[in-house]
Design a protein around this ligand. Structure first.
Ligand SMILES: *Cc1c(COP(=O)(O)O)cnc(C)c1O
Length: 458
């Protein structure tokens, strides 16, 4: 008999979570004005709101905390982090920051001027925010296949070389760098192939541009390259990651993802002059260059996390769990973005609740129903997130209305995934009984989804 797959770790410490009743959940979600961000975490049984900063640290990470050197300048923890970054990514220079968007803020203070254009593959929302805040523009050069949820293309994070070259030709003098997000969060945690990264490097060289990697999930990207790209089957995750980074000049990192810590980030750089310029902004926004918003103990845990996050056994456990959830839903005929990405399963709410009009917010409706059904918290990636058009103030209805179920690292078991699968199956079977969606009662002028208040229709 073939031995089944099992997790590459065992559980040493637990946090109790509580099942609730449907009556309780109906009351709680009403009190939260039908916004899942408004719930207390103790009102949630299985929390799939995000995979950011929600991972479980290992025994090695917890013990590394004790080694934290809390010096303002030149802490040994800073040098441990530097050593890990050099070994895993190859970058000689780095600046610590308190999280990923802080790294963007510091780096873009040097690299982005008003009127600039920043081409990339479906920029993450904070990345786009930091570009647009500086009166510059993000141009999306992702391949078209990424927007068809049924297309099983293995690298739906790839850049379209034709779109990229056209953008460069048209706006050459307005472009300082190209930004590539690995894996591409906005298309569903979809990877970028090594061939595509090499191609972006080659194009950037011809136009004398920098290449920046938004690297939050670089290790998950390396895992997909190993699994799906010819010639990489026998390479280690770290060899693949090193080759990926060899095509970049700069990296920004949200360490709350693949470095498996609860808070932290950094910028990695090759160029001393860029490092010197960015250092000024780091000191202004984040803290001195040897801590940048991080405690010594957190830098220690991050250094260990970079090694653990690039171990094949860990990544296999992690991504197989996400695939287990996604593929089980596919087998039940539930529409999801395919193939399953690295960190989350994206349910296609436009298809799931096709009988509800988009003006009633299908993905939000599904998210609320799933919470009421089983105490599971996902997040809407659709019209609420897309906000209103800044000029017409009309609701923007994006191509995809998705319910994202993000899986925290090393936190839940497949029994929890089975609860999610059964809850979605129940909802799918009685989807026609869900007759009405929701309307907006109160909203902020920008980034409304975090604080929006809604009310049921019908
Ligand atoms: C999370 C994330 C960021 C921002 O990082 P924070 O740590 O949340 O500030 C940037 N880019 C990508 C791709 C991300 O997933």
């Amino acid at each position: 008999m073939e031995l089944p797959f099992a997790e590459s770790y065992r559980i040493k410490m637990v946090e109790n979570i509580r099942r609730s009743t449907r009556d309780e959940r109906e009351k709680w979600i009403r009190e939260a004005n039908y916004n899942l961000f408004g719930l207390k975490s103790e009102q949630v049984f299985i929390d799939l709101l995000t995979d950011s900063g929600t991972g479980a640290m290992s025994d090695h990470q917890w013990s590394a905390l004790m080694l934290g050197d809390e010096s303002y300048a030149g802490a040994s923890s800073y040098f441990h982090m530097k050593e890990a970054i050099k070994e895993i990514t190859g970058f000689d220079y780095f600046l610590p920051t308190h999280q990923g968007r802080a790294a963007e803020n510091v780096l873009f203070s040097v690299l982005v001027q008003p009127g600039n254009i920043v081409p990339g593959n479906a920029h993450f929302d904070t990345t786009k925010g930091h570009i647009e805040f500086r009166k510059a523009f993000a141009v999306d050069c992702t391949i078209d296949k990424a927007w068809d949820t049924t297309n099983p293309y293995p690298f739906k994070g790839n850049v379209d070389p034709v779109k990229l070259e056209e953008t460069l030709k048209k706006n050459n003098d307005k472009i300082n760098f190209i930004i590539i997000t690995v894996t591409c969060n906005s298309t569903g945690g979809q990877p970028v192939s090594m061939e595509n990264l090499r191609m972006v490097r080659e194009i950037a060289d011809r136009y004398h541009k920098l290449v920046v990697f938004d690297s939050a999930r670089f290790a998950e990207n390396a895992y997909f390259i190993k699994k799906r790209e010819k010639g990489y089957e026998n390479k280690s995750i770290r060899e693949i990651a090193r080759e990926m980074f060899s095509y970049a000049d700069v990296m920004t990192m949200s360490s709350k993802k693949d470095a498996i810590v609860n808070m932290g980030g950094f910028i990695g750089m090759r160029d001393k002059e860029l490092f010197t310029k960015a250092s000024t902004y780091n000191i202004m926004f984040e803290g001195y260059i040897t801590y940048g918003g991080m405690s010594g103990r957190d830098m220690e845990a991050l250094a260990v996390g970079l090694y653990e996050g690039t171990e094949y056994e860990y990544l296999e456990t992690r991504i197989r769990q996400v695939e287990y959830l996604g593929n089980s839903l596919i087998k039940l005929g539930i529409p999801v973005q395919q193939p399953i990405g690295g960190h989350a399963v994206f349910v296609d709410a436009k298809k799931f609740l096709a009988h509800i009009p988009e003006e009633e917010f299908q993905a939000q409706t599904l998210a609320i129903e799933l919470y009421k059904e089983a105490g599971i918290r996902g997040v809407e990636i659709g019209a609420l997130l897309a906000d209103r058009d800044p000029i017409t103030r009309k609701n923007r209805f994006p191509e995809l209305e998705l319910l994202r179920l993000a899986i925290p690292r090393r936190v839940y078991t497949n029994n929890h995934m089975d609860v999610v699968i059964a809850a979605l199956k129940n909802l799918y079977d009685r989807r026609k009984e869900i007759k009405h969606g929701y309307k907006i009662v109160k909203e902020a002028p920008i980034m409304r989804h975090f604080t929006i208040q809604m009310a049921p229709l019908g």
